[in-house]
Design a binder for this molecule. Structure first.
Ligand code: NAP
Length: 320
């Protein structure tokens, strides 16, 4: 099969398409014929060699994909050959024509969800769900500020929050991105590139502030976030690319909380609960992954450059 291989850590160009042997299923495992691959910012951090997770080289990148089960190993009962699935983590990497998974890493893909959309589910939707409901414990009637709503996690968060009965305010840096955020269910959208957008936020909330912030770029925004929280407010740090100075006093009078999260920390039981909720939302139409760009698998280096550029619009997907 063809797969993208990384033989040394470095820039996007270290990813090359190679011919390698098909993985073989063992007990409790499934082999998936990949139809679309989800590209996430974390794939670029891992490839560069600067992330806390450093696979042994050579390796095939990627944790997200969708496809059809080709074969199953002994003891597999939840899925069978021919089933359409989305993948939430893999053993051999998802940037490939086939990928080997544990049975618990594949989930049914409802018929109305395309393979490209299926590749856009795992990291973005599981992260948004984890942040909103398991970390911030958001409830219907609260106001959530999705600070960076136009990308993979942001769009997922907007759809999940809207379906959950929250008032949703999002941000994006482009006109196109803001239009998308509104289309996907936000009540209001602001431009995080204009100087007074947080003033506009306070006007929208009649000076009350927001109950929950899902933060995609904490090293830029965390200090300001603490000043726009309502009493009892929670910020979940989802994305961060540097350091920042904050004033802890801003949390005190508000009884506010800053909550970190990493998807790889989610315990198995809570992970199963997340995918059960996502399955329900995909089936009932409240969750509709948005694909901004589809590229051939061989263009993985191009996708890694694009996913870090400003002007996000849903997900970037690779097609083997
Ligand atoms: P993405 O698709 O590239 O989207 C990035 C988002 O950040 C876009 O909405 C972008 O808006 C926005 N943004 C850019 N500048 C901003 C600013 N100054 N203030 C607020 N938002 C800004 O990436 P993603 O997949 O959604 O992931 C978002 C971040 O979360 C990444 O850093 C990723 O590594 C991280 N993440 C963390 C976890 C975890 O487990 N903690 C899991 C998944 C993702 P415009 O492009 O419209 O300006």
């Amino acid at each position: 099969m063809k797969a993208i291989r990384v033989r040394e850590f470095g820039g996007p160009e270290v990813m090359r398409l190679e011919e390698i042997a098909d993985p073989q299923v063992g007990p409790g495992q499934v082999l998936v014929k990949v139809k679309a691959v989800g590209v996430n910012p974390v794939d670029t951090y891992i490839r560069s060699g600067t992330y806390s997770i450093k696979p042994n080289v050579p390796y095939t990148p990627g944790s997200d994909a969708a496809g059809v089960i080709e074969s199953v190993g002994a003891g597999v009962t939840r899925v069978k050959a021919g089933d359409r699935v989305y993948i939430a983590g893999t053993i051999t990497g998802s940037y490939a024509e086939k990928t080997l998974c544990n049975e618990s890493q594949v989930h049914p893909l409802p018929p109305q969800i395309s393979f490209a959309q299926g590749a856009a589910i795992n990291t973005p939707y599981a992260t948004a769900y984890r942040a909103l409901f398991q970390r911030a414990k958001a409830v219907a009637g609260e106001t959530v500020f999705v600070h960076g709503a136009s990308g993979g996690v942001g769009i997922a968060a907007v759809q999940l929050a809207r379906a959950g009965g929250l008032r949703v305010i999002g941000t994006a840096g482009t006109e196109k991105g803001r239009a998308l955020v509104m289309e996907q269910g936000a009540h209001h959208v602001l431009d995080h590139r204009v100087p007074d957008y947080l003033k506009q936020l306070m006007t929208l909330t009649e000076g009350h502030g927001v109950d929950v912030i899902l933060e995609m770029l904490a090293n830029v925004n965390l200090g300001k976030d603490l000043t726009i929280l309502a009493h009892g407010g929670r910020v979940v740090v989802i994305g961060n690319r540097g350091t920042i100075e904050i004033n802890p006093r801003d949390t005190m009078g508000r009884d506010a909380a800053i909550l970190g999260m990493a998807l790889f920390n989610v315990p198995e039981r809570e992970r199963a609960s997340i995918h059960a909720a996502l399955g329900a939302g995909l089936s009932n139409g409240t969750l509709r992954p948005v694909i901004g760009q589809e590229l051939p698998l061989t263009d993985a280096p191009k996708a890694h450059k694009a996913v870090l550029e400003p002007g996000a619009y849903g997900k970037i997907v690779l097609v083997p």
